[in-house]
Design a protein around this ligand. Structure first.
Ligand code: ADP
Length: 475
């Protein structure tokens, strides 16, 4: 296996969890072992110290009995020590200058550890315990020294010394056991951690595999839910919701592209047809002029569609195309109403404006006018004569509320939710005139309203009329 592959294996969450688990286990077991070791060490030493102190005091009783004859004393002590099965205890009596009066050791086997504790004579009569590590010796010694005065008046130190071979060996065994325990704990932690990490992360692998299989061609597929309602199941649910949104968005995009190409193809085909017809035989200047006039209308429509599409694309992309300024909304409404009044009158409609109080907003004057124009244009377009279109503007809870209401043909309830879709026209067969809308007007209105942090909604009753309500924050 290559190094990169091995390295990437350890980057997985599973590997990291396993390592963390093993590290924590090692730390906890290591701390426990250390505490246990310290406890065992100190309790063993305390026992040895108590034993040594007892031995020193017993030694002093013997000293007191034979204080006038050091050699008899030595023999007594050696005899008593000789009864011990192990040669691990020794006694000594020496003066303040370190001169030895009495020693339980005939030879020098314990000699190297004898030493008078420096600076200790000034202190109390409490025993002094020391651990001495003679260089070259495999085991240390524990000594207990007591400042005493013999019955013949000598100030001296009584010292007992104990070889710590068994304690050292026991502690070494304890350490070995600790190492084995730690190694086993680490191995178990690694094994169990790996197993648990694998088990708990298995659903993620399934999720990743399922998500990998979903592409543009099968956006309808969903990742499977385990039904456990745990975090991973909720993640799968969130992924599915996201996929649904993407699916809807892609579907809208597909529909939009299909509609856009259809909208562009129809006038282009008509333009080509009329050009071919014009060229099919010799035409008079008047006939050619009519063809060109006809073409110009179609060019206008194409241009309108292209401009609308570009505007929508830029608003969708969140491009900063708005030129924000102070806009007097009531004045803008008045201008557009004035602009459409002749058209409305031509169609036998009454167009009137109500409640024109002065309202200022921060917005793009051109786009806001386009929004108002689209709504009035629709109202005029879809209201048969005799009819009425009313535009009213008011201030409500900090927002400007613009209502364009007509007494026109209205929109069927099943069409109402879709009229903001791009290229959606309620009755395409009736909208064949080149001057008719493109089905982009309301989508543009909504994009403009939302770009101004406002909103737009439509209420309609078939055969009775439609009411478009736009709210825009007051600047
Ligand atoms: P268009 O450019 O075709 O008018 P819109 O997006 O502005 O496109 O409107 C979409 C559809 O909504 C229109 O085709 C029309 O059928 C319907 N509609 C919009 N406004 C009105 C209205 N005031 N009265 C009746 N129908 C309307």
């Amino acid at each position: 296996m290559s190094f990169a592959k091995t390295a990437s294996r350890w980057k997985t969450i599973g590997a990291r969890l396993t390592l963390w688990g093993a590290a924590v286990t090692l730390f906890v077991c290591g701390s426990l072992c250390a505490v246990l070791y310290a406890g065992v060490f100190f309790s063993l030493r305390q026992g040895i110290d108590a034993f040594l102190e007892g031995e020193v005091r017993e030694f002093m009783l013997t000293v007191n009995e034979h204080s006038n004859d050091d050699s008899t004393l030595e023999q007594v002590i050696r005899r008593e020590l000789g009864a011990r099965t192990r040669h691990d205890l020794a006694f000594r009596l020496f003066d303040t200058k370190g001169r030895i009066f009495v020693s339980s050791e005939a030879d020098d086997s314990f000699a190297k550890i004898w030493s008078a504790p420096q600076g200790w004579y000034d202190q109390t009569h409490r025993p002094l315990f020391q651990t001495i590590n003679p260089p070259g010796d495999p085991y240390p010694y524990r000594t207990c020294s007591l400042l005493v005065t013999t019955p013949d008046g000598r100030r001296c130190t009584a010292q007992a010394s104990y070889l710590l071979d068994r304690m050292t060996a026991s502690l070494a065994r304890f350490r070995k056991i600790c190492v084995i325990v730690l190694a086993v704990a680490a191995a178990i932690a690694l094994f169990v951690g790996r197993f648990l990490a694998y088990r708990s992360l298995k659903p993620i692998q399934a999720l990743t595999a399922a998500a990998n299989l979903i592409g543009a061609a099968n956006l309808g597929e969903r990742v499977p839910l385990a039904g456990t309602d745990d975090e991973l199941d909720r993640l799968a649910g969130t992924l599915n919701e996201m996929l649904t949104r993407i699916d809807q968005y892609v579907e809208q995009l597909r529909q939009f592209t299909a509609d856009a190409s259809h909208e562009l193809r129809t006038p282009l085909a008509a333009l080509r047809g009329s050009a071919e017809l014009a060229l099919s035989r010799t035409r008079s200047a008047e006939e050619l002029r009519l063809v060109i006039e006809d073409s110009l209308e179609r060019y206008d429509r194409l241009q309108r569609i292209a401009e609308d599409l570009l505007l929508l694309a830029r608003l969708d992309a969140g491009e900063n195309i708005l030129h924000i300024e102070r806009v007097q909304l009531d004045r803008a409404v008045e201008d557009i109403v004035d602009l459409y009044r002749p058209v409305a009158e031509d169609r036998g409609l009454e167009l009137r404006q109500e409640n024109a109080e002065a309202i200022w907003i921060n917005g793009d004057g051109g786009r806001v006018r386009q929004l108002i124009g689209n709504l009035i244009d629709n109202a005029v377009k879809y209201t048969p004569s005799p009819g009425r279109v009313t535009v009213s503007l008011s201030r409500e809870n900090g927002v400007a509320r613009l209502v364009v209401a007509d007494t026109g043909r209205g929109i069927d309830p099943e069409d109402l939710p879709r009229v903001f879709d791009r290229f959606y026209r309620v009755d395409r067969s009736r909208s064949t005139s080149r001057a008719d809308g493109t089905g982009l007007g309301l989508s543009i209105c909504r994009s403009i309203a939302e770009a101004h942090h406002g909103s737009i909604e439509l209420q309609s009753t078939p055969a009775r009329g439609t009411q478009a309500t736009v709210t825009l924050p007051i600047g």
